[in-house]
Ligand binder design. Structure first.
Ligand code: NI
Ligand code: MN
Length: 226
């Protein structure tokens, strides 16, 4: 599979069979995105939580592509109300889709979505474990450091962990280093930084603090092939 970073928290997973999965599709309003909202193609959209910078272009991209939204139940129900095909899940649950296994795991954060001048409750924020082709990917979503990340490191042999390092809204670099320690992922990719001034961070300094040379900075548009 190929994992492509599209800026902020948006990750594209291209499976060997051609299936395309977009995680946290924040394109419009994302100053660092390299995607064109009206052209991006995807089969599945995974969403960690309800904030704008994660739900992003879920509705229009999902509709145009006839993509399936897989998310926390409240987000999945909202997607269905918008005419999308969706599958709702919740923390601790896993489901085997034709394209791979998805597990929703906790994240310490908040989750609501501003829609037509209302704030909609979007359930619990989450991280996502995605497993396919014998590989395990962890996208932490937006989260604080929490000690149960140790448990995730024991339960899963994580090949790639995407961890927020922007601080202010999520872990900063210092706590993300501890998270990486707990998770024991082979590759750690920093996300959710340098999109806006408020979350400006030195990713190079972050990866240098990680053990076993596990840090890997992805430039926008850059990929990891597993
Ligand atoms: Ni958020
Ligand atoms: Mn965010």
């Amino acid at each position: 599979m190929k994992l492509i970073f599209h800026g902020h928290s948006c990750i594209e997973i291209q499976l060997d069979d051609g299936t395309n999965i977009l995680l946290d599709p924040f394109i419009t309003g994302n100053p660092v995105s390299d995607l064109i909202a009206d052209e991006v193609e995807t089969d599945v959209i995974l969403v960690t939580h309800g904030h704008d910078d994660h739900i992003g272009n879920m509705i229009p991209v999902g509709k145009r592509n006839n993509a399936k939204v897989v998310s926390i139940v409240e987000i999945a129900e909202f997607a269905a109300e918008q005419g999308l095909s969706s599958h709702g899940m919740n923390l601790g649950g896993k489901y085997d889709f034709p394209f791979g296994r998805v597990t929703f795991v906790p994240a310490l954060h908040s989750s609501c979505y501003k829609f037509e001048n209302q704030k909609l409750y979007m359930g619990e924020p989450a991280g996502i474990i995605f497993q396919a082709e014998g590989k395990t990917i962890y996208h932490a979503g937006d989260t604080a450091l929490f000690s149960d990340m140790k448990l995730l490191g024991e339960l899963y042999e994580i090949d790639v962990a995407f961890l927020p390092i922007g601080d202010n809204f999520t872990m900063g670099p210092e706590t993300a280093v501890i998270a990486a320690d707990y998770l024991k992922a082979k590759i750690v990719v920093p996300i959710h930084y340098n999109t806006f001034d408020l979350i400006k961070q030195d990713a190079e300094a972050f990866v240098q603090k990680l053990k076993n040379n596990s840090g890997k900075i992805l430039a926008v548009g850059e990929m990891i092939e597993l």
